[in-house]
Design a protein around this ligand. Structure first.
Ligand SMILES: [Zn+2]
Length: 209
């Protein structure tokens, strides 16, 4: 017997568990309505369910459609393959379904995330016309801006501090392991690439095993 319904969300009581922070605890569900027909329904998620770039409440979904939960693109073929898995398997982690090539591609995207964070932070520091030695120390520590922030923050105006905070929060949501979605810390991308392994889930990010 195959599955009739697959629930997707952040919490472990879903069929397909996606531990990504922007995904709601119960995000959406897919029902099998015929041998090849599937209907996806958003469960009032915070950041939305999108099929072919359109935010949906309920719609049909096919393996070659583009599926996006919040800002996370998912392989619809992989997601629908869950219907063919044995019913004894109660929950599946989306990360386990991902192919190694996909993990590698997602890992490479972190380079841009890191570079943008560093350049945005640099701009913010330059723009906040501070002349304190703290700021100079901060700038010289780039790309270790995260560590430098503590030194610099005391000399900054409230607005700049708020913007810094915003930037840091955004970075923490985006600079994450493509498998376990944990924040990778302030470590420069090149360091991560050299190590090639997640310190938390031990996944290998490189193409060659
Ligand atoms: Zn990981």
């Amino acid at each position: 017997m195959s599955r009739e319904i697959v629930k997707i969300g952040r919490l472990p009581d879903n069929t397909l568990v996606v531990a990504y922070p922007k995904i709601s605890s119960k995000h959406c569900q897919i029902k099998k309505v015929s041998d090849t027909g599937f209907v996806i329904e958003d469960l009032d998620s915070t950041n939305g369910t999108f099929v072919n770039s359109r935010r949906i409440k309920q719609t049909m979904i096919k393996p070659d459609d583009e599926l996006k939960l919040a800002d996370m693109v998912m392989d619809a073929k992989l997601v629908l393959s869950v219907f063919d898995m044995k019913t004894e398997v109660e929950k599946i982690n989306y990360a386990d379904l991902k192919k190694h090539a996909e993990i590698h591609d997602d890992f490479l995207k972190l380079k841009k995330v890191y570079e943008k964070y560093v350049s945005d932070k640099k701009k913010l520091m330059m723009g906040s016309n501070l002349t304190s030695t703290g700021l100079r120390a901060g700038l010289s520590l780039i790309p270790y801006v995260g560590t430098a922030l503590g030194i610099v923050a005391t000399g900054m105006t409230g607005t700049v501090q708020a913007k810094m905070y915003e930037l840091d929060e955004k970075f923490k949501m985006e600079y994450i392991c493509p498998v376990c979605f944990r924040f990778l810390g302030m470590e420069p991308f090149d360091n991560l690439a050299k190590r090639g392994t997640c310190a938390y889930c031990k996944s290998k990010w490189n193409k060659e095993f």
